[in-house]
Design a protein around this ligand. Structure first.
Ligand code: SAH
Length: 260
């Protein structure tokens, strides 16, 4: 049960500029027992510098999955955690690296987990961070808070290893019992599209600023973390709403035709 949890955890590096950091991240992961590296639109990969920095973790580098979009990298994941070197405008549920390691390890017993790392120069965008259930900040010197990318991967991966060891020693709580798996990221993204479309049809979303409302709704649903069955009920409510609007409009059209 426990050994496979490592295989359910993926480290996702978004838009990395320096291939040396990709190699460094691969090495950091392997040292801690992780092996699944996802690279979202890396600027320079494959590259000699990545190979050089990976040292004995070439296997992690060779198996790295390169994708074009973040959505592809996290599609099947039931838990998504984003790392951030600084606070953001809209607060998001926050965990410290220790709690992050524990949660990721517990959930990885059952489903896929993703940990996101941002660009060297500007981190993750707000839009990327809003796809996450939690944000994690590594406590650091407030006057110089940003770690090197591979160093940040090291700290977070280390905490996953600590959680694994705690479980072996019987000091980590088992995962919460639940009957249905959490909805994976791609299903939740489809739900948000459906929700936005329906709210626009209803005239609820203000056309000048739909994003702000959608961000708040994302935060709400990400806090609740609907399971697969709950999400399909929510989708059903949207479909029923759209059908109702469609048929009401048809009736009104017919009425005005009859009158005319
Ligand atoms: N200048 C960027 C920092 C990017 S550092 C910014 O202001 O956001 C590159 C990446 O390393 C970050 O996106 C994050 O994934 C990770 N990282 C660096 N320092 C971190 C910290 N203190 N806590 C959590 N993640 C950190």
């Amino acid at each position: 049960m426990t050994a496979n949890a490592f295989d359910n955890i993926r480290i996702v590096l978004v838009n990395t500029s320096h291939p040396g950091n990709i190699g460094g991240a691969a090495r950091a992961m392997k040292n801690m027992g992780l092996s699944r590296l996802y690279l979202v639109a890396p600027k320079d990969f494959p590259a000699e510098k990545a190979v050089w920095r990976a040292a004995g973790a070439l296997d992690v580098l060779d198996q790295a999955v390169v994708v074009e979009t973040l959505d592809e990298a996290i599609a099947e994941c039931g838990l998504v955690v984003g790392t951030s070197a600084r606070g953001r405008r809209i607060p998001w549920p926050l965990v410290d690296p220790r709690a992050c390691g524990e949660r990721c390890w517990q959930e990885a017993q059952r489903h896929e987990v993703a940990l996101l790392f941002g660009r060297e120069d500007r981190g993750l965008t707000n839009e990327e961070l809003h796809k996450c259930h939690y944000h994690v900040h590594i406590p650091s010197n407030p006057d110089y808070s940003s770690l090197n990318l591979a160093a940040a991967v090291q700290v977070v991966s280390y905490e996953i290893r600590m959680a694994h060891l705690a479980q072996e020693q019987g000091t980590l709580l088992p995962p919460e019992p639940w009957d249905v798996p959490p909805a994976p990221s791609q299903a939740v993204e489809r739900y948000y599209e459906h929700l936005q479309e329906t709210l626009e049809t209803l005239g609820f979303l203000t056309p000048d600023n739909p994003r702000q409302t959608m961000t708040r709704l994302r935060r709400l649903y990400n806090r609740v973390r609907p399971d697969e069955m709950e999400l399909s009920i929510l989708r059903g409510v949207l479909t029923a709403t759209q059908n109702y609007i469609y048929h009401t409009n048809k009736r009104l059209e017919k009425l005005s035709d009859d009158e005319g």
